[in-house]
Design a binder for this molecule. Structure first.
Ligand code: SAM
Length: 255
């Protein structure tokens, strides 16, 4: 997706998407069956929402993580000493083959430049019979946490490049990508991380920090258009408190 930006402060990411992804992490780790004693990889770790969950299950020395974003790699290293955190992309993982019991990617496949290659790389570094698991928001079905935002943006500009056509975000597509990448026993499921927001302003503010496609879009607007978008969102959501549905398509398979 042109213009997607994760060259932002980790704390801005925490406020914007980390507030949901930290709730998703135990669900994805459960899906992958991560448990004590396993050696596991977090692909596209960001500042470490899932990394922290993996560390709590299997210990820092058994966790490796990679992300292409330099500020996120720095943050994950600082937050989780002892974890082997590297700057790399899924499509070219800097590991020998068969070294992990499980490889996970949370909210990453839709940003990969080559999702099939990225998932195949996750399988390559996982031992035979080990688990590869991933999840991405249900952007196409409008049950991801950004649904109200993109609805409002589309109502202002029907041609806006929302995230609904990215790889994996429509029903069944993530599992298809897993099959294309050669994984065995592929199973699809749904994970949820619904979140209550106390006020509209607390929900909106992180959209103004330039994180991801939504943040890049807000930053591209004039102050007047930003205000119009904000008020369209407020009209849909109210002043709060309100609960935002955050549903993700998930897939797991065996290497
Ligand atoms: C929405 S964030 C998810 C971060 C973290 N996994 C979480 O759940 O909070 C997407 C992440 O994917 C990373 N990313 C983008 N393209 C990638 C690629 N080709 N391979 C691996 N990670 C990638 C970004 O840098 C960003 O950290």
């Amino acid at each position: 997706m042109p213009g997607v930006s994760f060259d932002v402060a980790a704390t801005a990411y925490d406020r914007f998407m980390g507030r949901y992804s930290v709730r998703l992490s135990p669900r994805l780790a459960d899906l992958a069956g991560v448990q004590a004693g396993q050696r596991v990889l977090d692909v596209g770790c960001g500042p470490g929402a899932l990394t922290g969950e993996l560390v709590s299950r299997t210990g820092a020395a058994n966790v490796a993580a990679v992300d292409p974003s330099a500020p996120f790699v720095d943050a994950a290293r600082t937050r989780y000493p002892g974890v082997d955190v590297g700057q790399a992309s899924a499509e070219q993982l800097p590991f020998e083959g068969d070294v992990f019991d499980a490889a996970l990617a949370q909210l990453v496949v839709h940003f990969m430049t080559d999702p099939v290659r990225g998932i195949a790389e996750m399988a390559r570094v996982t031992r035979p019979g080990g688990v590869v698991a991933a999840c991405v928001w249900d952007h196409a079905g409008r049950h991801g946490p950004l649904a109200q935002f993109w609805d409002a943006a589309r109502s202002m500009d029907p041609t806006v490049a929302d995230e609904s056509s990215l790889p994996g975000v429509r029903e069944g597509h993530l599992a298809s990508l897993f099959q294309e990448a050669g994984l065995g026993r592929v199973e699809a499921s749904v994970l949820s991380a619904d979140l209550e927001h106390p006020t509209f302003d607390a929900w909106w503010q992180p959209f103004t920090e330039g994180v991801g496609p939504a943040g890049v879009y807000v930053a591209s607007l004039s102050p007047e258009r930003q205000a119009e978008l904000r008020e369209r969102c407020r009209a849909a959501l109210g002043d709060g408190p309100f609960t935002v549905v955050a549903r993700a398509w998930a897939a797991r398979g065996t290497a």
